[in-house]
Design a protein. Structure first.
Length: 269
């Protein structure tokens, strides 16, 4: 209910004009439009897998149109914007702008997005994970800084929690759409049973992705990024971004579950 409450509060009490403008600048600095485009591409690819695995490849144009509406880029961006506006104070917005509009911050965002795009290729994904496995016990400075960055931002736990929540919403969508008959308790049991596998996969992907992204970055820039992330302002930005994107993934996952159920019902008819 928290996301709904935020939406209601924002509609009742609009933020000052300066705040809206500064959040727009921050979203530009963080290249949120580009991030959403990457997320959408990942979602469309995942939808093809769902079509093959759950709809016997028979989704067709109706499935494609549903998925296209579900991954509406403008709606996703607005969800992220709402979380940033609700979660950040003026000084936190200014600190984020100062960091991410600098040459260092701009390069970090560019490297992150390039690595995320590259990881969509299964061969690149596997190679990045293998590099992490070969380095995971290393005391190399980049490996240590990446591990510290993950710890500072609680990235592993947040991503595991987010993945489990998204899985729950997907199964809930399937159940509400009568694709399968399961109680909430049964769905929760199934999701919790996946926790260890999700954690293992997330740890491997997260480290592989970040090592790939930050490998070209000078160590002093990486240290500065860790230092900013550990500051109160950096922690506030991290929390706001997670709030926004976790809301996005929960909504998308539920919608996909309902869409699978709708298409399966249509096939039966």
């Amino acid at each position: 209910m928290r996301a709904l409450c935020l939406a209601i509060c924002l509609s009742v009490s609009a933020l000052p004009a300066w705040a809206n403008a500064r959040v727009t600048l921050l979203m530009d600095a963080l290249k949120v439009t580009e991030v959403v485009s990457i997320l959408r591409a990942e979602g469309l690819s995942y939808a093809q897998t769902l079509d093959a695995d759950m709809l016997n490849g028979q989704g067709g144009a109706f499935w494609t149109s549903q998925v296209d509406r579900i991954y509406d880029a403008e709606r996703i961006e607005e969800t992220v914007r709402a979380a940033l506006e609700a979660g950040l104070e003026e000084e936190e917005i200014e600190a984020a702008l100062a960091f991410f509009t600098s040459e260092r911050g701009t390069r970090i965002v560019r490297l992150e997005n390039a690595a995320r795009t590259a990881m969509a290729d299964p061969e690149v994904d596997e190679a990045a994970r293998e590099i992490y496995e070969s380095l995971r016990d290393s005391d190399g400075p980049l490996v240590q800084l990446v591990s510290h960055y993950i710890d500072v931002n609680d990235l592993l736990e947040r991503n595991v929690s987010g993945a489990m929540s998204a899985n729950y919403q997907f199964y809930k969508g399937l159940s509400d759409g009568r694709f399968m008959r399961r109680s909430d308790a049964d769905i929760l049991d199934e999701v919790w049973a996946q926790q260890d596998d999700i954690r293992t996969d997330t740890e491997s992907w997260l480290h592989g992705f970040l090592l790939m992204a930050y490998q070209p970055l000078p160590l002093e820039d990486m240290q500065a990024y860790v230092d900013y992330s550990a500051s109160p302002e950096g922690q506030a930005l991290n929390a706001a971004l997670f709030e926004g994107f976790e809301t996005v993934y929960r909504d998308l996952s539920y919608a996909l579950g309902r869409a699978v159920a709708l298409n399966a019902a249509g096939d039966e008819i």
